[in-house]
Design a binder for this molecule. Structure first.
Ligand SMILES: Cc1cc2nc3c(=O)[nH]c(=O)nc-3n(C[C@H](O)[C@H](O)[C@H](O)COP(=O)(O)O)c2cc1C
Length: 194
């Protein structure tokens, strides 16, 4: 069986980010043994500029991110909530991933099997940011996992001192989300082959 490749993006740049820890937990607890690569270049992505949005003029980091997402079988996002919405750095990267003005490169997010989750130490667990993200993925025509919703509220209570996810409920939910993502990846792969 071909191993699927999932690119994982954390919406937080913080070194001790709970959302990045959630992605590490996805690597550890994945029931489908995918290769989950955590993207670490979000900080370097410049502000979106449509004048530069073509293969020749895009910043190299942006072309690199677009290529990685295009080549990946799936996308996994863990996002915090900033001021009731998507963190700017993450939304900016998504904007760069949402276009194909040449009509030849492929729009990286189009039909991409995509799963969203999020964590926050508040009682709301990034739920509003996740809803905003789901709205974005309508426009991009991403193949978004609808359920389960993984809303990790009071996130500071769910990891140990080493940053391992220890909360059994969250681990089970995370595994259900990954299983649903794997299912979408399998369907997309079968459609390509068929
Ligand atoms: C600028 C800013 C805005 C925030 N706004 C919200 C918010 O609207 N809702 C919320 O639940 N938490 C909010 N928080 C708290 C974040 O959820 C918290 O910092 C979270 O841990 C960030 O995720 P991370 O651990 O992955 O860095 C905000 C934090 C910052 C720095």
């Amino acid at each position: 069986m071909t191993t699927s490749k999932i690119i994982a993006i954390s919406g937080s740049l913080r070194a001790d980010s709970h959302n990045t820890l959630l992605l590490r937990a996805a690597q550890k607890f994945d029931p489908g043994s995918a290769e989950i690569e955590i993207y670490d270049g979000l900080r370097e992505i410049p502000p979106y500029d449509q004048d530069l949005d073509n293969p020749e003029q895009r910043p190299a980091v942006v072309n690199d991110l677009r290529r990685r997402v295009l080549e990946a079988d799936g996308l996994l996002i863990a996002t915090p909530e900033f001021n009731y919405s998507i963190p700017g750095a993450l939304k900016n990267a998504i904007d760069w991933l949402s276009t194909d003005f040449t009509g030849t490169e492929g729009q990286p997010l189009s039909r991409k099997p995509t799963a969203v989750m999020g964590a926050a130490p508040t009682n709301f667990g990034s739920v509003r940011a996740q809803l905003a993200l789901r709205q974005v993925f309508v426009w991009t025509e991403s193949d978004i996992v609808v359920k389960p919703e993984v809303v990790v509220f009071r996130s500071h209570e769910r990891f140990d001192a080493e940053g391992n996810l220890t909360d059994e409920t969250t681990i089970a939910l995370l595994q259900d989300l990954l299983t649903a993502l794997h299912r979408k990846i399998a369907v997309a792969r079968a459609a390509r082959v068929g």
